[in-house]
Write a protein that binds this ligand. Structure first.
Ligand SMILES: C[S@@+](CC[C@H](N)C(=O)[O-])C[C@H]1O[C@@H](n2cnc3c(N)ncnc32)[C@H](O)[C@@H]1O
Length: 252
């Protein structure tokens, strides 16, 4: 499912890439879908709600607007975006895990549609369709980052906002030590116990380790047509928030 033909794809070290990575990720989220939101709340000490609000603010969405939530999972950010656009707006959530979508659809809203699909190949979605497009904790699961951001730029109207929230390895020593303890030791154990899937929660720190540095992510966004890309760190450095503006430019 994930596009595997792009020569500029970031090479993975321990994790597979292309089709094999996509299958691993999809199967894993299918297995943990029922416990995902509980685990997210525990792992982030409830902070994911605050970070969702930061994403919504960064999109600049207003009532009546249209938004896209890529790798929407169980719809936590999708619902926050739907609140921002209100009853006259609409949000499309796209994910390739049918079980994550099933959990999302258990909390329906009249202004939200969920669709099974690949974030790097949004078939049937017209160009320039959205005022904002967001992805939260999804990019690090997608080896074809060029494909992801080229699609985001394509479906955004020129001037619309693209926002990417992701877990990152913090730069500072103290935050780095905390991160090492939390993500490398506690998360795999606690996540394994709550989800009953030890592999899923050892994948998480591994995927963060292999993800591109924040500056490199900004370069990837820009070379796929997004403009004025900026990024900042949240949560003591363990979260990054990137934003860029949609343009008519294609990938460079
Ligand atoms: C960590 S969850 C994040 C879910 C949600 N965005 C949130 O904020 O809770 C990552 C999601 O990315 C989805 N995903 C990974 N690769 C994808 C792809 N290529 N296309 C669509 N969804 C993808 C997974 O199925 C999973 O639901």
């Amino acid at each position: 499912m994930t596009g595997s033909s792009n020569p500029r794809r970031t090479p993975a070290r321990n994790l597979p890439s292309g089709e094999e990575r996509a299958r691993l990720v999809r199967d894993m989220f299918d297995r943990i879908a029922g416990r995902y939101e509980l685990l997210n709340a525990v792992m982030t000490a409830g902070l994911y709600k605050l970070w969702n609000r930061k994403v919504v603010r960064a999109t600049g969405l207003r009532p009546g607007d249209t938004a896209l939530d890529l790798a929407c999972g169980t719809g936590s950010l999708t619902r926050a975006l739907a609140n921002a656009v209100g009853p006259t707006g609409s949000v499309l959530g796209v994910d390739f895990s049918s079980e994550m979508l099933r959990a999302a659809e258990a909390r329906p809203a009249p202004n939200v549609e969920y669709r099974l699909g690949d974030a790097t190949d949004l078939q049937g979605v017209p160009s320039g369709r959205f005022d904002a497009a967001a992805i939260a904790y999804g990019a690090r699961n997608i080896p074809d980052l060029d494909g992801l951001f080229a699609e985001m730029n394509r479906v955004l109207r020129p001037g619309g906002q693209a926002v990417c929230l992701e877990i990152a390895r913090p730069a500072g020593k103290l935050a780095g030590a905390f991160y090492g303890l939390w993500f490398d030791r506690i998360v795999p154990r606690v996540g394994g116990v709550i989800s009953g899937d030890a592999h899923a929660y050892s994948y998480l720190p591994e995927s963060v380790k292999e993800f591109v540095a924040p500056g490199e992510l900004a370069v990837i966004m820009e070379r796929n047509g997004l403009q004025n890309v900026t990024w900042s760190r949240l949560g003591g450095g363990i979260i990054t928030l990137h934003s860029g503006t949609g343009s008519r430019d294609g990938p460079r």
